[in-house]
Design a protein around this ligand. Sequence first.
Ligand code: SAH
Ligand code: SF4
Length: 349
Amino acid sequence: MTERADIKSMTPEELTALITGGGFPKFRAKQVADWLKKGAASAEEMKNLPADLKKFIQNYCYISVAIIEKKFVSRYDKTVKYLFAFADGECVESVVMRYRHGYSICISTQVGCRMGCTFCATGKSGFSRSLTASEMLAQIEAAQRDLDIRVSNVVLMGMGEPLDNFENVVRFIRLVSSEQSLNIGTRHITLSTCGIVPKIYELAKYRFQINLAVSLHAPNDELRSRTMPIARAYPMEQLLRACADYFEATGRRVTYEYALISGVNDSDECARELAQKLSGTHSHVNLIPVNAVEGTGFNKSSIKRQQSFADILAGRGIAATVRRTLGSDINASCGQLRRKHIDSIKEDL
Ligand code: SAH
Ligand code: SF4
């Protein structure tokens, strides 16, 4: 499998080089690209190709697809959660949410995650491998086909740390926003990171117009490193400087994610310290009541605490929203479904 060419991850130029290198005329590459755009899963489906080109694709290439392994639809808000399987049997989760202005999909970038945040179901289940660009595209294509919709927003906020899979993620951003692929504008793409500082600088250099979300979850290093091991490698001061650089390079306001955990990071004092650290930055804070993951011992803050935290930020000029949680009945927070799936497979053995 690995020696075969992953044609859905290729740019039009790369695909042309491959097809012409195989002895076929250039216009055939465009035909193959058109079939891939239509979601063809095999050379067989590419009706207008000659038999020898179909054979070439079958022998030397593969087309990534995401197979629906499980699907859950929320009774409350029609949020849909998928467990998708790839060719090697590895599974990831994706969630489709419906907003007033269209559909948004949250996709995974890795099978598992190396970062080990203690509140996160993905972090708790270890790391298997990174996804290719085509496997990220395949999640969107499969959901669009299944629901007969067109997705308008993509968030890289599912399983995995996107900046720990940098090259494939950059390739994905280029492809998904290109006319030849799904044509989703970069302003409609959000990348969430736990804060790998050198990679934020690297990303800024591309000057993509994507939204950057940074998972902060604490107002200082001491508290942050209790739940996020990455905080020990990259202190908050460095992280905030990298975010300022990102804003300068791209003009895009950075969003900070802050999961409110009862009795851990949700005090008024934490809110005041956070407001002080973020004052003067071009940012927005998303407050999310933490999703209680089995075995973590963490619980969400009370509504009163959430409100008090948000009021303190707002009172100090920091834009903050308490995010509504969608799909709360289907464990829509990524990582939880795969973990259950793996546990149930283990039980079956
Ligand atoms: N690895 C990236 C993106 C995937 S996680 C990151 O960490 O940013 C997507 C978001 O979900 C992050 O903000 C992460 O901190 C948050 N998250 C993880 N587990 C959570 C939980 N149990 N409750 C609420 N948010 C959680
Ligand atoms: Fe990885 Fe993000 Fe989960 Fe941390 S929160 S373990 S970085 S997926």
